[in-house]
Write a protein that binds this ligand. Structure first.
Ligand code: GLV
Ligand code: MG
Length: 338
């Protein structure tokens, strides 16, 4: 099987990032819009000045009788809107729906040169990616496209999670994977109270401090998504592609959204979806390393010289492994500044 390494330019020898990354433009927030909604589509040029990625959504949240309107709206946006450096992605309908084939045929044929990434929902295993990969190859050849479209899978079925490593490695077109917490919760019979959030009943309680079992016991709500995000991050790192948190549906709860995005960032994700302009700023903040983090990282790199051995900086031991963590931060800062 071809590996992603055959397809993407590998980092130059000696390049700093120990996790090989696709040379990329920033994608801290994938901002969803409904291209069939004329009011929303009219805001695209303005949103393009704020978001790293704009995604014309054709799947869930677009009613069945508006699928064709949304598809035609996306063709129009792709042809007419000036997005500058902002990427244009789409989420097509799922492969078992009556619309996916027409989504792919229309979009690749009409505006394949304007699209960067095709997000494929409800991916169950590598065979779904193989199917899309072959279909795209035919459609690109027919349309005379010179730049291959990339593929992004949503991890939102229990089978998808069971096969996430194979999905990540399924094609050199694979750009990344996002957590899809709403569908995934349904697929696994999980119970949550809001998209991308948790449930107040999923908690740990500290041990009793005395004979009274109820006295002084603290409870902490736990993150229902930790396992899946961590597994997705490992699968993506192995394949050299990028992991993303998905949606956080409670738009009013900017604090909860920021926490959820930050947990994902700290675990290795490079971005998240935004469903409302307010979430664009949250994702930009969370997925950009702070000036203090970057300054610290550059200091460790400088003091570590050739990157081997150990030094003490402000009472903390630094060595070959910690310098690699600092290189991740420094190269992320460089990518974002480029
Ligand atoms: C996204 O598509 C989700 O199901 O959470
Ligand atoms: Mg979904």
């Amino acid at each position: 099987m071809r590996s992603p390494k055959d397809f993407f330019r590998p980092l130059a020898v000696g390049a700093p990032d120990p996790v090989r990354q696709i040379p990329q433009r920033p994608s801290r927030m994938i901002h969803f819009f409904d291209p069939g909604n004329e009011k929303m589509a009219a805001k695209v040029p303005d949103l393009a000045t704020k978001a790293d990625v704009l995604l014309g959504n054709l799947e869930d949240a677009v009613a069945a009788d508006r699928k064709e309107i949304a598809r035609a709206g996306l063709v129009r946006v792709a042809r007419e809107a000036d997005l500058g450096d902002t990427q244009l992605w789409t989420r097509v309908n799922s492969l078992d729906s009556p619309w996916a084939l027409d989504d792919l045929i229309t979009l690749v044929t009409e505006v394949g040169d304007k699209l960067d990434v095709i997000m494929v929902p409800k991916v169950e295993g590598p065979e779904d990616i193989h199917y899309v990969d072959r279909l795209l190859a035919q459609l690109e050849a027919r349309a005379g496209l010179r730049r291959p479209l990339l593929v992004h899978a949503i991890l939102e079925t229990a089978s998808g999670v069971a096969n996430v490593e194979a999905i990540a490695l399924a094609s050199p077109r694979m750009q990344g994977i996002s957590l899809g917490p709403a569908d995934l919760a349904a697929s696994r019979r999980m119970k949550t109270t809001r998209v991308g959030g948790g449930h107040p009943g999923y908690l740990v309680r500290s041990d009793p401090t005395g004979d009274d079992l109820n006295e002084g016991r603290l409870t902490y709500q736990q993150d229902l998504w930790h396992y899946t995000v961590a597994r997705m991050v490992d699968a993506c790192a192995e394949a050299g592609i990028l992991p993303y948190y998905g949606p956080f549906g409670d738009i009013r709860d900017t604090v909860g959204c920021e926490d959820q995005f930050r947990n994902a960032y700290l675990l290795g994700c490079v971005g998240a979806w935004s469903l409302h302009p307010a979430q664009i700023a949250i994702a930009r903040k969370v997925f950009s390393p702070s000036p203090e983090e970057v300054a610290w990282a550059r200091r460790v790199i400088a003091e570590m010289g050739d990157g081997t051995g150990a030094v003490m900086i402000d009472g903390k031991m630094q060595d070959d492994a910690t310098v690699k963590q600092c290189q991740v931060i420094a190269s992320l800062a460089d990518d974002l500044a480029a």
